[in-house]
Design a protein around this ligand. Structure first.
Ligand SMILES: C[S@@+](CC[C@H](N)C(=O)[O-])C[C@H]1O[C@@H](n2cnc3c(N)ncnc32)[C@H](O)[C@@H]1O
Length: 222
């Protein structure tokens, strides 16, 4: 069954209807969402130490926290989810604790494992590099930062083919053509794909499906 979300003309997460339908909508829009989430859980098992500190940046309804729950429990790690939208926070079902705040200005403690899953594309372009550098500098030796996001496409025909892959995959899981189109236009000015050159050489790609990429950035072993 397809989501009955009414797409706002200008996309926002500060909307109770968007929040209510988020879990279904995101899977309809991004058929690889659960697969990439499983990869985050996998890396969590590799980088969260006993008593570690973990952040979920832009947590929405708690997908990342739920995926990490078992490791968090087993390692007795502290967990903080950060989400700026009250409407999304009201639907949060992940582990304690959730903080409603702007993730860019939030006062982080040094951490072992940080995840920003589909968030940077919604941050103002001018804040991205500084925020990324701050997160990298806060990652403890032995720890890692995970980013999954949408990137700008390469020029030429291959870029067109990548973008059409996203459309084709949405249709394949039953999203309605009109809803796909409305969502694309709704995102104008808010969702802006990342320039992949913002990532340091130490960032390793663990996932790519067309326009969407997952990176893991290990902290240096100082
Ligand atoms: C596509 S959703 C993220 C999905 C989520 N990480 C998951 O795994 O399902 C983007 C989320 O980032 C939040 N967000 C955007 N900008 C933010 C900011 N500056 N600080 C905190 N959260 C932010 C939005 O409110 C929204 O809930």
């Amino acid at each position: 069954m397809t989501s009955s979300l009414v797409i706002p003309e200008n996309w926002t997460f500060r909307n109770p209807d968007v929040a209510q339908h988020f879990n279904q909508h995101v899977r309809e829009q991004l058929p690889w969402y659960d697969l990439a989430t499983l990869a985050v859980a996998h890396f969590g098992r590799h980088y969260i130490p006993t008593g570690g500190c973990v952040y979920d940046i832009g947590a929405s309804t708690g997908n990342v926290g739920l995926a990490l729950q078992e490791t968090l429990n087993q390692r007795k790690a502290s967990f903080t989810a950060i989400e700026e939208s009250q409407d999304m926070a009201a639907r949060y079902q992940g582990p304690e604790r959730l903080v409603v705040a702007d993730a860019v200005t939030y006062g982080y403690e040094p951490f072992d494992f940080g995840v920003a899953f589909l968030v940077f594309m919604f941050l103002p372009v001018g804040q991205r590099i500084g925020f990324l550098e701050r997160l990298i500098s806060l990652t403890k030796p032995g720890g890692a930062l995970i980013i999954v996001d949408k990137v700008q496409m390469p020029p030429g025909y291959v870029g067109t083919a990548f973008s059409r892959l996203t459309l084709q995959q949405k249709l394949a899981v039953g999203a309605q053509p009109e809803a796909i189109l409305r969502k694309e236009l709704s995102l104008a000015g808010y969702q802006r794909p990342l320039d992949p050159r913002m990532f340091p050489q130490s960032a390793k790609t663990f996932f790519q499906m067309g326009e969407f990429v997952g990176w893991i950035i290990e902290a240096p072993e100082k």
